[in-house]
Design a protein around this ligand. Structure first.
Ligand code: PMP
Length: 371
């Protein structure tokens, strides 16, 4: 049994090539080395750090301070470190923000906003502001309900490859699910009232969801809101109403400092633009082989999605990519097609290898030579 688990661990460690998975982002080697060292530190291992200690408080304070510096978060916003997936906030947002109102507006732009909408409908009378698949009408066309408690937007539709590059100025508080593009772009907190994001894609590991909320929106949670999901109570308890996710906070701390040392969020935004430009250029050059369903203005810099002109070749494409170590390129099951995820921790060499593969694949198809 012991030898089998160590063999499995070795397989995990030694899997060659690069993963472009949308579900979790890669961590840079420096961060992995740092985390590994902290895990193996015997009795003082990060894996058993009690959340009640001054050491954890310091870790949490430094993590919050670094996040505030990176995103220039104004003082009036509170930062919460909550357990559970971003999906928990699909319920947490209406429970906390509806107050005396019954209505909320949602932008329906793909799979993840649809999930947020389905959950919100259990608590609120939801109106759809704008509906899109690959195409979003101009923000001025949006029918935002003036009586809505808030308007919810999924800034980057992870499964559909569609991203909002600007946030609109609205008369109601704007809430953004930024799970797949958190810390990949600067934020304008004059337009945003609440941002939430699971950390597993762009700044760490699963288990932590960060909520950044304008304190003007506190004190209005529904009386039946579970205490651990109540933003006001968690803010008052400094996110320690229950045991916070200590290890994911530690990893996020290391990732945030890694981002800061590399030039901060502007540097991450530049890298995302550079990588996605290279990828879309290869897809456009091979236009007889590839199609890109999302209109140019809304293409995601983080999760570019594409299809093969001859969709029957998709399995062949995936097989050929895996054969050269380019893994996890299959599209989301509800969307199909192909998808590349370019989170903060991805190495440029991985993107270069994929771009080279796309070019070679298109060349061979146009010469009619198969893969
Ligand atoms: N929102 C978006 C935009 C996502 O991409 C995801 C996960 N892929 C979620 C929410 C749900 O996150 P979790 O699995 O952490 O609940």
């Amino acid at each position: 049994m012991a030898s089998r688990s160590s063999a499995e661990a070795a397989t995990l460690r030694s899997e060659p090539g690069f993963s472009f998975s949308a579900a979790a982002g890669p961590l840079p080697p420096e961060v992995i080395a740092d985390v590994a060292e902290a895990c193996g530190a015997g009795a003082s291992s990060i894996l058993s750090l009690p959340f009640t200690t001054p050491a954890f408080r310091r870790l949490q304070e430094e993590t919050e301070a670094c996040l505030r510096r990176l995103l220039a978060i104004p003082d009036r916003f509170r930062v919460l470190f909550l357990a559970g997936g971003a999906s928990a906030q699909f319920a947490g947002v209406p429970m906390n923000l509806l107050g005396t109102k019954e209505r909320a507006s949602y932008v329906e732009s793909g799979c993840w906003s649809r999930r947020a909408i389905a959950e919100a409908r259990r608590y609120a009378d939801v109106s759809i502001v704008a509906c899109a698949s690959g195409h979003i009408s101009d923000v001025t066309d949006w029918q935002v309900d003036r009586h809505a408690a808030y308007c919810h937007l999924t800034s980057n539709e992870t499964a559909d490859g569609l991203q909002f590059h600007d946030f609109p100025a609205l008369d109601v508080p704007l809430v953004a699910d930024m799970t797949s593009d958190f810390l990949t772009r600067p934020l304008d907190f004059t337009r945003l009232s609440l941002v939430y994001a699971g950390t597993q894609k762009t700044i760490g590991t699963p288990g932590l969801t960060i909520v950044i909320v304008d304190e003007g929106l506190l004190q209005r949670a529904h009386a039946k809101t579970p205490r651990v999901m109540d933003y006001t109570q968690q803010a008052e308890a400094e996110s320690r109403l229950c045991t916070p996710p200590v290890f994911p906070i530690f990893v996020a701390h290391r990732m945030l400092h890694w981002i800061e040392a590399r030039g901060g969020v502007p540097a991450m935004a530049c890298a995302a633009k550079r990588r996605s430009d290279a990828l879309y250029a290869a897809l456009e050059e091979g236009e007889e082989t590839f199609t890109t369903p999302v209109e140019r203005a809304h293409r995601s810099l983080i999760n570019p999605c594409f299809r093969l002109a001859d969709e029957a070749q998709t399995a062949l494409f995936l097989h050929a990519a895996e054969a050269v170590g380019l893994r996890d390129l299959r599209g989301h099951p509800e969307v199909g097609g192909l998808r590349v995820s370019l989170y903060n921790g991805i190495a440029d060499i991985a993107v270069d290898a994929l771009v080279g593969f796309l070019r070679a694949f298109a060349r061979r198809r146009s010469r009619g030579k198969g893969v």
